[in-house]
Design a protein around this ligand. Structure first.
Ligand code: NAP
Length: 487
């Protein structure tokens, strides 16, 4: 009882102290109206945040434009040190931040803590990259001129993020933008504004000057974003979200030919070759599928398993998935939390029903639980290669397993999609795994690992999974212009 009370009191305290305002030009301000933020575990309202009017969105552009002149000229060491400070604050306050994520997003605390530490690492990584923006000096082959290549910040950047990783998707953009010397207008997902507000407040405490980071929460979203994209002072758009919205934004951005980087949907194949260690592959599949309750662009969406080991793999995966504890994210020992909303949960249920109606066999899960909250159980399905569930991004805890006859068949099935974010390969023969990896049309391939995301590695996809890369050495390039000076 005492434990329960102290946890409850901690939640109340955290939520009482939360800011719910917009942040424009270094000031926390009210909007024209408010919108509720819901805990998907019980559908209760945990806060009401301010909605920015279209006029306030343009005020954010004014502020970012004005601040750009001095921020771009601020010594890169100073920019880096501010980001470093933000990293330190995030790590020291990771418990508080994880609770905010867990409450507004539904994910379990262990996932939320993992996300905060991962998110903070983008600030640390880009604090180090800020001072390593290189240029070139060469003489032309004809010998008649000097080629001087410099890089300069692209300018006011509009950053739009989704709800599934509300902290990490924000820092993966804000980190390189600030390191490069850009100023930003940050628009988080409507479902998860509290994490975004908490991150912006940390940046303020770390010393980010007024106007450099501006937080807007428009509703409806489309018209306000369209207005911002029409503003000639906005020179860069970085978006993470669905391919559908990404495509629409690319069309809008085309009118002014502004720079775009797009991190879009995934439909990740998880290949288990005939010589794979089955236990390792099951553990990897659990990680690749169940991180974030399956609501990840990197989530294993189609599990292609060699026929020789398919029964053993499916049986072990079914046992592991079926044994996961599903509960509110902040419950001790919870391993699977709620989806973001009842609407999203119902989409998952509909996909499973569709799969079953087309011949899919449920091994575990597959039924919407009785009671409140956007819960859906961990589900394993055995399906044929042409089952309709394999064509959709499931974004939930559902693992469809397909039996395959050869490596070539697995590669062909894996590549038969317009998306190409990440693929996974399990084999004990590294040469075989590398050969398969080279044939996969994906921006990232994980070999014998269930998670490979790393702030130091380039994250991004082929085909309609996006444009550009975040993180690694190339992440900062999305915020830099190249200038050639010939002399
Ligand atoms: P979403 O519906 O595309 O929303 C993403 C963001 O776009 C939200 O901030 C949303 O704002 C905003 N948005 C929606 N309509 C808009 C419009 N007409 N104009 C401008 N902005 C608009 O995606 P989601 O459901 O939040 O996230 C899931 C998707 O993100 C999945 O497809 C997943 O694969 C993808 N994702 C990709 C990566 C990656 O790195 N490749 C990482 C994470 C997630 P509102 O909330 O206000 O509508």
């Amino acid at each position: 009882m005492r434990d329960f009370l102290s946890t409850r009191h901690r939640h109340i305290l955290i939520f009482m102290q939360l800011k719910t305002q917009l942040y424009i030009d270094g000031k926390w301000i009210d909007g024209a109206s408010t919108m509720p933020v819901t805990d998907p575990s019980d559908e209760s309202i945990i806060a009401n945040v301010q909605i920015s009017s279209e006029e306030q969105c343009i005020q954010a552009v004014d502020a970012a434009h004005w601040a750009f002149k001095s921020w771009a000229k601020t010594a890169s060491r100073v920019r880096g040190e501010i980001l470093r400070k933000a990293f330190e604050i995030m790590v020291s306050e990771s418990d508080r931040l994880a609770e905010i994520i867990s409450r507004e997003n539904g994910k379990v605390l262990s996932d939320a803590r993992g996300e905060i530490l991962y998110a903070a690492e983008f600030f640390r990584w880009f604090s180090e990259e800020a001072v390593r923006i290189n240029g070139e000096f060469r003489t032309s082959p004809s010998g008649d001129k000097r080629i001087i290549v410099t890089k300069q910040p692209i300018g006011v950047s509009l950053l739009i993020t989704p709800w599934n990783f509300p902290a990490a998707m924000a820092t993966r953009k804000i980190g390189p933008a600030l390191a490069a010397g850009c100023t930003v207008i940050f628009k988080p997902a409507g479902e998860t504004p509290l994490t975004a507000i908490a991150i912006v407040e940390i940046l303020e405490r770390a010393g980010v000057p007024a106007g450099v980071v501006n937080l807007i929460l428009p509703s409806p979203t489309g018209p306000a974003i369209a207005k911002i994209l029409k503003d000639p002072r906005v020179t860069n758009l970085s978006f993470t979200g669905s391919t559908e919205v990404g495509r629409a934004l690319l069309k809008e951005a085309a009118a002014r030919v502004i720079r775009c980087s797009m991190e879009l949907g995934g439909n990740a194949p998880f290949l288990v070759l005939s010589d794979a260690n089955v236990d390792d592959a099951v553990n990897g599949a659990l990680l690749a599928k169940m991180r974030n309750g399956g609501a990840a662009c990197t989530a294993a969406n189609r599990l292609y398993v060699a026929k020789e080991i398919a029964d053993e793999f499916t049986e072990k995966l079914t046992k592991a998935m079926g044994g996961l504890k599903m509960a509110r994210g902040t419950t001790a020992g919870a391993q699977l939390g709620a989806s973001i909303s009842i609407k999203e949960r119902n989409k998952i249920a509909e996909l499973v029903d569709l799969s079953v109606s087309e011949g899919g066999a449920i091994k575990t899960g597959g039924k919407v639980p009785v009671g409140t909250g956007a819960f859906y159980p961990a589900t394993v399905l055995s399906v044929k290669y042409d089952n309709p569930i394999l064509k959709k991004e499931i974004f939930g805890p559902v693992a469809p397993v397909v039996e395959i006859n050869s490596d070539d068949e697995a590669i062909a099935l894996a590549n038969a999609t317009e998306l190409g974010l990440i693929a996974y390969v399990y084999s004990i023969d590294l040469k075989r795994a590398l050969n398969v990896a080279e044939s996969l049309e994906y921006g990232m391939v994980a070999i014998n690992k269930g998670v490979i995301s790393d702030p130091a590695a380039p994250f991004g996809g082929f085909k309609q999974s996006g444009l550009g890369r975040e993180g690694g050495f190339s992440g900062i390039d999305e915020y830099l212009e190249i200038k050639y000076i010939g002399q």
